[in-house]
Ligand binder design. Structure first.
Ligand SMILES: [Cu+2]
Length: 526
């Protein structure tokens, strides 16, 4: 069966529609100074405020929430390619992602602008050695009283992904939305000479650094941060009712005092399940989308085949959310900034004898409250046993589409001669190049993709380049890749009641990874 059937064409169209949504991700955040990346370490300052607002959910709910935001404009936004669209409102969920360099001395000043009835608030930083000054003493750290401030400082000694969240009445304040992330970029020594960069010539660079750690096996091409959390909206409703009662009391009696908000958070029955504060499909909308002013970060991973995708996952809720990824396994680099390395790796071939990676390959990120996991994901089509680019031996001969295996069997800059960055099949697994159709799909029990095979290559050439294609070979040089094609893989909570929005399926903690053909320019800013 050489030509796509009608049913298969419908499937391909569906994939194309997903790929055409121009709302991508990256790891947007704020800067505490003007230097980033390879620049030398220095002082970085952030002025945050905790205040109230509303988060929006796709069922139409507007949920009363608390969040961190910027008390003043930040020093800048990262990545640089998205700086022009960055926002940092007074209240956002998650809070602003603070991006710093290894070695920076970081100072975070927090102002408590929560309602009077919320009482004190604070920030604790998971995995960082913090000195807290000013404010008033609390159970876990210094706190800011209503209208007051508190200051936290730390040295960013280790690269990695870190959680921050309220250290005050956590069952209420974290639930209300007081959480965020710190990303520490590595110092980037000459060790990273082997980080070859994004594989697609036309893409802007959206990654924050060349590598995730001071380690030559932590190079990456693009990156995403997913903060997983849940929310029980009845807790938010009760908090709103109590703070309103308090404000009404104080309005009539300025000298009065009201009881602090007390909401029973057990038993716990969350009804919203959030990726970066959003539920599916809102998580697929753009970063800084105008319709979601208090939820600026999305969850919408894209990649070209063969790229190395750094996935940073933080458990920000009270319960675990198993983030299940389709398409491939991911190699764990680190937890809470602690790299998982081979102990006493005396035979390491890496530069300087640095120990090799020892993290497991995972199919599910076991997000634990307050813990981060950094892992590298990639997808190449290797093992599918069909040519995912849809090469046609006849037309390809005319168009000189070649696949020269590098030492690992892929067509890359390490091939001889090197693949051009603009090659329509950059990163192809050469053993499947030009495989005739029909093919024998892989065993669906061992390869998740096997069940999908329909005879059509989603990453393939467009038929519109020449009338009569594919029965008529394309004239030389006219083959065009279908830039709106793509493979879609669901990334979702494997606690499948969590892929709902207030009990309605589908929704909640669900994203779609899109593997775009090399011809598609991935613009993370839209
Ligand atoms: Cu699944």
């Amino acid at each position: 069966m050489k030509y796509p059937t009608f049913a298969v064409r419908l499937v391909a169209t569906g994939a194309a529609l997903l790929a055409a949504i121009p709302a991508l991700a990256a790891v947007p955040g704020i800067l505490g100074g003007t230097t980033l990346g390879a620049a030398p370490a220095g002082p970085k300052t952030f002025a945050l405020v905790a205040t109230e607002g509303y988060s929006s959910q796709p069922d139409g709910a507007s949920v009363y929430s608390w969040g961190y935001g910027c008390a003043a404009a930040p020093a800048g936004f990262a990545p640089a390619a998205m700086a022009a669209i960055g926002t940092c409102p007074l209240m956002q969920i998650p809070g602003p992602t603070m991006i710093v360099n290894e070695g920076d001395t970081v100072t975070v000043t927090l102002t408590n602008d929560l309602p009077v009835a919320a009482g004190n608030t604070s920030i604790v930083f998971s995995g960082l050695q913090v000195t807290a000054t000013n404010g008033v003493a609390g159970v876990l750290t210094q706190e800011a009283a209503h209208g007051g401030t508190v200051t936290y400082s730390f040295t960013a000694t280790k690269p990695g992904t870190y959680a921050y969240y309220s250290g005050t009445q956590g069952d209420l304040q974290i639930e209300m939305g007081l959480y965020g992330a710190v990303i520490v970029l590595p110092a980037q020594t000459a060790t990273f000479a082997n980080c070859t960069g994004a594989t697609h010539a036309a893409d802007a660079v959206y990654r924050l650094a060349d590598a995730a750690y001071d380690h030559p096996q932590s190079c990456y091409d693009r990156e995403y941060l997913f903060q997983l959390a849940e929310m029980e909206s009845s807790i938010h409703d009760a908090a709103l009712a109590q703070k309103t009662t308090c404000e009404n009391l104080l309005a009539g009696n300025p000298g009065a005092s009201c009881a602090p908000i007390a909401v029973n958070s057990e038993p716990y029955h969350p009804n919203y399940f959030l990726v970066n504060g959003r539920s599916m499909p809102d998580d697929m909308d753009a970063n800084y989308a105008a319709l979601l002013p208090n939820q600026p970060y999305n969850g919408n991973p894209h990649m070209h085949p063969h790229e190395l995708v750094l996935v940073r996952v933080i458990g920000q809720g009270r319960i675990q959310h198993p983030l299940h990824i389709h398409g491939n396994h991911a190699r764990v680099l680190a937890r809470d900034g602690n790299m998982l390395l081979v102990p006493n790796d005396v035979n390491s071939p890496l530069p300087g004898g640095i120990a090799r990676l020892a993290g497991p390959l995972i199919f599910t990120f076991p997000s634990v409250s307050g813990e981060s996991v950094d892992a590298i994901f990639t997808w190449t089509g290797k093992g599918l046993n069909w040519d995912v680019y849809g090469h046609n031996p006849t037309s390809d001969a005319a168009n000189n589409v070649v696949c020269i295996p590098d030492g690992d069997g892929y067509y890359t800059i390490n091939s001889s001669p090197p693949a051009p960055r603009s090659a329509p099949n950059y990163g192809e697994w050469c053993a499947d190049h030009d495989k005739p159709i029909p093919v024998t799909p892989p065993d669906p029990q061992i390869v998740a993709n096997g069940l999908w095979y329909g005879g059509t290559p989603y990453l393939g050439l467009t038929e519109s380049a020449a009338a009569g294609f594919p029965s008529t070979p394309l004239p030389p040089g006219t083959a065009k890749q279908n830039a709106s094609a793509g493979y879609a893989f669901m990334w979702h909570s494997h606690d499948e009641r969590e892929i709902t929005t207030n009990d309605v399926f589908p929704g909640g903690m669900m994203m779609m990874l899109i593997v775009d053909p090399p011809a598609a320019v991935i613009d993370e800013s839209k």
